[in-house]
Ligand binder design. Structure first.
Ligand code: PMP
Length: 354
């Protein structure tokens, strides 16, 4: 082995869901939104001045930041934006988790958390969810270097109430508590009302799910001005220009159309209720989702088998090999038509195997 090999930072990367490039696939594996972005985004895109691409973008992304502050009723300096919430979360780990004590997040949660912890060499511990895949607030009352909770949680789809999270915040006033609200718009309970009371609370959100803009890579954090400033200082020590001109102005445009946004959410929530019922009729046990996906296992057929059979029929869902959730499928809510095709495929699979 060459000596330089010793100096390489060795990491096991996060593995995202597949992004197949063919067009005839029903893609229910990465929790994208099946509907297009707001018409306001199209309008703004048409008027973009390509000539300006020769200049650097605004490093503080002020148009987007100010629109978000206004939309959420926050003060200037309470919003931080980044390249998807992955970028925002990664920077938050780097900025806030610098004690020698382990940070805490559940054993079944967004599988990027342990990857950031490893890459930044942050010790961590993972309290197990209970047997119903619920987070146990008491488990977060021990000494730690920080707490990260996805609410609603992924891939379980289950949300916690604001009062349960308040318990976690009350027990953890000396560390930063990150609440990842990637899926909250689909029926979760936001902790935004707690922002004034807890200066150590950081809420992270994304445009990738409810705003139909995964391809634009826009995420943001909301919190106390000192937290936002600390993240900004770290970001500006790494890369001044993270957001492109397009993501700044199209992200701002998306906020101008509340009616379109709410309609879009309603359609997904309705399709979720329909799909849940239909899956139950077919022998699935389905968790009570507050997200744009369902987490379900069949009472007789294995998760791996169903995943592979659906894949053969060009229907991609997500399946995890992790011990506790091996029998489950995570199914993104697509259009009603896509869900009908998925259900028809399941009928075919079940018919063939009986
Ligand atoms: N948090 C959670 C819980 C997620 O499931 C995802 C999506 N993979 C993200 C954050 C990151 O989303 P994005 O980087 O697209 O904003």
């Amino acid at each position: 082995m060459n000596q330089w090999e010793n100096n390489i930072r060795k990491v096991t990367p996060y593995v995202p869901g597949e992004q197949p490039q063919e067009n005839d696939i029903i893609k229910l594996n990465t929790n994208e939104n099946p509907y297009p972005p707001s018409p306001k985004v199209y309008e703004r895109h048409r008027t973009m001045e390509v000539d300006r691409f020769s200049l650097y973008p605004d490093p503080s992304a002020s148009e987007l930041v100010e629109k978000l502050e206004e939309y959420y009723g926050l003060e200037k300096g309470q919003v931080f934006v980044g390249v998807g919430s992955d970028d925002v979360l990664s920077l938050a780990f780097l900025t806030f988790f610098n004690s020698k004590k382990p940070i805490l997040f559940p054993d079944v949660t967004y599988s990027f958390y342990p990857v950031w912890a490893e890459v930044y060499r942050i010790p961590y511990e993972c309290p197990p969810l209970d047997e119903n895949f619920r987070i146990i607030p008491k488990d977060y009352e021990r000494e730690n270097g920080g707490v990260v909770i996805a609410n609603p949680n992924a891939p379980t789809s289950l949300g916690m109430s604001i009062s349960e999270i308040e318990k976690i915040l009350l027990a953890n006033q000396d560390v930063i508590v990150i609440i990842d609200e990637a899926y909250v718009d689909f029926g979760g309970e936001t902790v935004l009302p707690l922002l004034d009371r807890f200066e150590n609370l950081l809420i992270v959100r994304t445009y990738s799910k409810s705003r139909s803009m995964a391809g634009m890579r826009i995420g943001f954090a909301m919190g106390n001005k000192r937290l936002i400033q600390a993240m900004t200082d770290v970001k500006e020590s790494i890369n001044s220009y993270t957001m492109t001109m397009e993501s700044i102005c199209l992200g701002a445009a998306s906020l101008e159309d509340e009616e379109y946004f709410q309609n879009n959410l309603r359609k997904i929530i309705d399709t979720r209720a329909y799909t849940e019922k239909e899956l139950e009729k077919r022998g699935f046990f389905v968790l009570n989702s507050q997200t744009n996906f369902l987490f379900a296992r069949h009472r007789e057929m294995s998760g791996q088998f169903l995943f592979e059979e659906l894949r053969k029929r060009k229907i991609f869902v997500r399946h995890f090999q992790t011990e506790r959730i091996r029998e489950y499928l995570r199914i993104t809510i697509g259009t009603k038509e896509q869900m009908e095709k998925m259900l028809a495929a399941l009928d075919e699979i079940m018919c063939e195997s009986c």
